[in-house]
Ligand binder design. Structure first.
Ligand SMILES: Cc1ncc(COP(=O)(O)O)c(C=O)c1O
Length: 375
């Protein structure tokens, strides 16, 4: 079956007792043992696992062409579980431009705990290989397209180099989604998602997910981090996430098509200094993105307006785009990233990030036009 069919039908699962097409929510925190001490239902305690996870994890594994998936209480909980499964003293390499929350964690608590984190310039394979030679990382992190400039990393080439140096490779594919890119098929070992974004898609669940290409001792350690640390998703949130994933393809394709139209429109404006969107032929990562992204280039783009004052005035003048953090929902959002990220940010102060939703494109274009005129 094609991925959109797997998603729409949530693998075609039918609840066995009443033949319900939609799974039940299991609020139980604990599950009964048999007289012989075994667990005939296969579940023990909800900090280890919950039956409401089974279906969304299976759908995600199928969409990413992986063998195993794990849900977490947030995207950051999923990402940090990967690093916590390493041994203290391990070296990790991550991109210089990446989701700032994880970058902060890698340079803060992770270093205190003993991880040796260093950073490679996005998109520069020679510099990445040199960094591998110098740092000898146990794990390489990829984010593509990467927040907030939407740099593109060649996934297959990065994985090949990293594996040559004996490193595992994990890709944050939150922005690409399985609709556009399947990193496991390009050689990555584990895919990570902030499921808060496109997978759920409605700004009403905070969740994270990991999908592994195959079983491994490292994957078992990640599972143990989840159950011993307790960063588990509530059953209701897991159920909502499954509901969201059923419309993933419709939502992501519509939002990506809107973003492509909007990027071209904004590029024609003389009030914008540059439009950062991998779908534009002038974007430095466009050719690689065309190879590793199918059916679109995602729905995230940024614009630079030549100065912080005009950038913030533009964001404030938008009406349909709501000024709010986050991305990947059906409604469009706008954000001045530098002020959100604070003094350590690498994000230029004239940059405005747009998360394009599924509204009518004419309304979105009218909104940016009136905001550019007003600011
Ligand atoms: C690319 C990316 N990765 C990870 C995260 C963290 O996810 P969460 O907010 O679900 O913890 C975010 C959140 O904005 C993100 O944009």
């Amino acid at each position: 079956m094609k991925p959109r069919t797997l998603a729409a039908e949530a693998l075609g699962w039918v609840e066995p007792q009443h033949r319900g097409l939609i799974p039940a929510i299991h609020p139980a925190t604990t599950f009964e043992r048999a007289a012989d001490g075994s667990y005939p239902g296969g579940k023990i305690y909800s900090r280890d696992n919950n039956p409401t996870y089974d279906q969304p994890e299976a759908v995600l594994a199928a969409l990413e062409c992986g063998k195993h998936a794990l849900l977490f209480s947030s995207g950051l909980a999923a990402a940090t579980a990967v690093f916590q499964a390493l041994r203290p003293g391990a070296a990790v390499l991550a991109p210089r431009m990446m989701y700032w929350g994880l970058c902060n964690w890698l340079t803060g608590p992770a270093r205190e705990w003993g991880l040796r984190s260093s950073f490679y310039p996005n998109g520069d394979l020679q510099a990445f290989e040199d960094a591998c030679r110098k740092e000898r990382p146990s794990l390489v992190w990829i984010e593509t397209p990467a927040n907030p400039m939407w740099d593109i990393q060649d996934i297959a080439a990065t994985a090949e180099i990293a594996h040559r140096f004996g490193a595992m490779v994990v890709a944050d594919s939150t922005v690409a989604t399985p609709v556009h890119t399947r990193p496991l098929e390009l050689g990555v070992d584990i895919v990570m998602h902030s499921a808060t974004k496109y997978l759920n898609g409605h700004s009403d669940v905070v969740a994270g997910a990991l999908v592994a290409a195959q079983a491994s001792e490292f994957w078992d350690r990640i599972r143990a981090v989840r159950s011993s640390g307790g960063a588990v998703l509530g059953p209701f949130e897991a159920w909502l996430l499954l509901r969201g994933m059923r419309t993933l393809f419709l939502r992501v394709e519509a939002a990506s098509a809107n973003a492509a139209r909007l990027a071209s429109h904004l590029q024609a404006s003389n009030r914008i200094s540059s439009v950062l969107y991998p779908g534009l032929p002038g974007h430095p990562g466009h050719d690689i993105a065309s190879r590793q992204m199918a059916g679109g280039f995602g729905a995230m783009l940024s614009v630079r307006l030549g100065g912080e004052v005009s950038a913030r005035a533009f964001a404030g003048a938008l009406r349909l785009f709501k000024q709010a953090t986050s991305l990947g929902s059906v409604e469009s959002l706008v954000e001045h990233r530098a002020s959100v990220e604070g003094p350590q940010t690498l994000c230029p102060s004239d940059l405005i990030r747009l998360s394009v939703g599924i509204e009518d494109i004419d309304d979105l274009i009218d909104d940016v036009d009136q905001a550019l005129a007003a600011s």
